[in-house]
Design a protein around this ligand. Structure first.
Ligand code: SF4
Length: 286
């Protein structure tokens, strides 16, 4: 069996940056706290935990002082930085530059509106990136994840529309069109497609990749919504597509009889894991 690893799969630059910040820090100190999962991949978290990374939740963070804490790529609201200032916590800034730019955009949209209109964030209300974005303006944005949730918008006032970086682009355009339909005047809408290209371009690419092989093994974290979405792109064009998260799961894959198997993954899937899985497939399905 020929096993091919997709060369475009694996960490995006935002995730690469935060992982290397953690690794650098852990070379100097035996422990580093990270506020929330550093990446939505259990295997990578396990690897980093073994070298000293401790993932903490918000309550644990609020009880800390005099230490170092890594901020993950999703970013954080200002109150997290405020707590660090007051409690002598040194923050290591791992927020992805794309997210930092978006946070700035949210602040500037809010200031431009001067209370006359709405900032709408197309995103999942409970997603950490969205909590960080909305926190920039004291939670004054309206967060919407579906076009049928527009009932409490004032369509007679200006609207600035922005998006969480990992949302689906087609759904963003549907929401934008729905807002336009309701607006009193078209020039009231300032729409900004802020979906990250690293996510948006990967789906169509994975479809191409999946068509080029007999079977697809998609490697992703169980908690990663991006992985679930990208896997569907593979499945849509190749019915022999399988989702796994660990090397152990390779033994249960029905890969006998295929001559070309492709391995791919999400922006949160480590390269080493795809390589380990490829090796295991070569051993079990020669
Ligand atoms: S998907 Fe885009 S915005 Fe998110 S961490 Fe990666 S590069 Fe940054």
């Amino acid at each position: 069996m020929e096993v091919i690893i997709d060369n475009k799969s694996g960490f995006c630059f935002g995730v690469k940056k935060v992982i290397s910040l953690a690794e650098e820090e852990l070379k100097k100190n035996s422990t580093l706290y990270c506020l929330g999962d550093i990446v939505h991949n259990e295997e990578e978290i396990n690897r980093l935990s073994k070298i000293g990374l401790k993932v903490i939740d918000k309550n644990e963070y609020l009880a800390l002082n005099n230490c170092k804490v890594l901020i993950r790529a999703h970013g954080e609201p200002p109150e997290t930085y405020e707590h660090a200032r007051k409690n002598n916590i040194e923050l290591i800034e791992g927020t992805c530059p794309v997210v930092l730019k978006l946070q700035k955009k949210v602040r500037s949209a809010f200031n431009t509106l001067e209370g006359e209109g709405s900032v709408i964030i197309f995103g999942k209300p409970e997603h950490p990136e969205v909590i960080g974005l909305n926190g920039q303006i004291n939670n004054k944005a309206i967060v919407i994840d579906k076009k049928d949730k527009l009932s409490n918008i004032n369509f007679t006032k200006p609207i600035v529309l922005l998006a969480q970086t990992t949302m689906n682009r087609e759904n963003y355009w549907e929401l934008k069109m729905e807002i336009e339909k309701n607006l009193k005047s078209p020039d009231l809408l300032d729409s900004n497609d802020t979906i990250c290209g690293q996510v948006a371009n990967r789906g169509p690419w994975l479809e191409e990749f999946s068509k080029s092989v007999d079977a697809v093994v998609f490697v992703g974290g169980r908690k990663s919504s991006n992985s679930k979405v990208l896997y569907q792109h593979c499945l849509q064009v190749n019915k022999n597509s399988y989702f796994i998260s660990t090397v152990d799961e390779v033994k249960d894959l029905p890969l006998s009889g295929y001559s070309r198997t492709g391995i791919c993954g999400a922006t949160s899937t480590p390269r080493w894991l795809m390589e380990d899985i490829a090796r295991k497939i070569e051993i079990l399905f020669p």
